[in-house]
Design a protein around this ligand. Structure first.
Ligand code: CP
Length: 313
């Protein structure tokens, strides 16, 4: 059973994209497009959820996801509570469950949770069923709103996933972004997913896609090249790749982008390590949709929050 769904297959929590299926993804992406406004345009706002409260509980650092969830909740008319967990009770020995239960006891409707331990969000969903749990990043396993925003960005350029070849390149082993993106792309019917990584950064679990160790072959004729951040915080000090050697073998520069299709999209979830994963000219070039990904993140999070809050009316 997928524990994020109720008996009528409505979303009660948002924990993972795995097993959600085409219809649910399509519905969320369509709804996100209603909340979308181009960069520079006025934001879409509504008062539809006035009086509801969303709390951000980030036990790991974040810039994009935390800011994006906060804006999403405010633009839906919600109250927002941001907890600085570096100075919270957890540093005094309180368990994650007790911290979450404390906040949930203040009539909070949704908890947005990022945590480095696998299973934390699922445990909270089990223990606190009266509050919606949204996964904002879980160990190396799940980052479902990132997978959705990546799918939304691609769909704005290429509406039919069945024709697409998508390369996901870099530190796949430690990447929750790669796992959630590949789950989204495969359920949307993506033609081919290429998982491109050095042997030591290939996954040791099942991720939808075909493995490549040669970057030129991996990106050849692809419609999308999605670069990943090297997750140094999940590596032993001695295993962190040398920047120059990594860029030469797995970095995306203009020469290498030529192996992809001429109109290929360049993506990166951020934060980018320029000169290690991607060159300046490609990150800032005409094929880059990196800022569009950030822009879509707010719309996607509005869509997910709206659906969960409606399902709990
Ligand atoms: N892409 C992403 O999750 O970025 P943050 O770590 O800044 O939230």
């Amino acid at each position: 059973m997928n524990m994020q769904l109720d008996d009528n297959r409505r979303l009660r929590h948002f924990l993972s994209l795995e097993g959600l299926g085409y219809d649910a993804l399509d519905r969320l992406l369509n709804r996100a497009s209603e909340f979308s406004a181009e960069i520079g345009a006025p934001a879409v706002t509504t008062d539809a959820f006035r009086g509801r409260t969303v709390a951000n509980l980030f036990f790991e650092p974040s810039t994009r996801t935390r800011a994006s969830f906060e804006l999403a909740a405010r633009r839906l008319g919600c109250n927002v509570l941001n907890l600085d967990l570096n100075v919270s009770s957890t540093s005094k020995g309180e368990t994650v469950l007790d911290t979450a239960r404390t906040i949930a006891a203040m009539n909070v409707d949704a908890l947005v949770v990022r945590h480095g331990d696998a299973g934390t969000q699922e445990m909270l969903a089990r223990e606190l069923p009266h509050v919606a749990i949204l996964n904002a990043g879980e160990a190396h396993l799940n980052h479902p709103t990132q997978g959705l925003l990546d799918a939304m960005t691609i769909r704005q350029h290429f509406p039919d996933f069945r024709k697409l070849h998508i390369a996901i390149v870099g530190d796949i082993r430690h990447s929750r972004v790669a796992r959630s993106a590949a789950q989204a792309f495969s359920q949307l019917g993506c033609g081919e997913i290429h998982l491109v990584a050095p042997r030591e950064l290939q996954p040791d679990d099942e991720i939808p896609g075909e493995l490549f160790t040669d970057m030129d072959a991996g990106v050849r004729d692809c419609d999308v090249v999605m670069m990943l951040r090297i997750q140094k915080e999940r590596m032993q000090a001695g295993n962190i790749p040398d920047k120059k050697a990594y860029f030469e073998a797995f970095g995306l520069d203009a020469r290498r982008l030529e192996f992809a299709r001429p109109n290929a999209l360049v993506m990166h979830p951020g934060p980018m390590n320029r000169g290690t994963e991607i060159s300046d000219e490609v990150a800032d070039g005409s094929q880059s949709v990196i800022w569009q990904q950030v822009n879509n993140g707010v719309a996607v999070r509005m869509a997910v929050l709206a659906e969960l809050l409606e399902n709990r009316n």
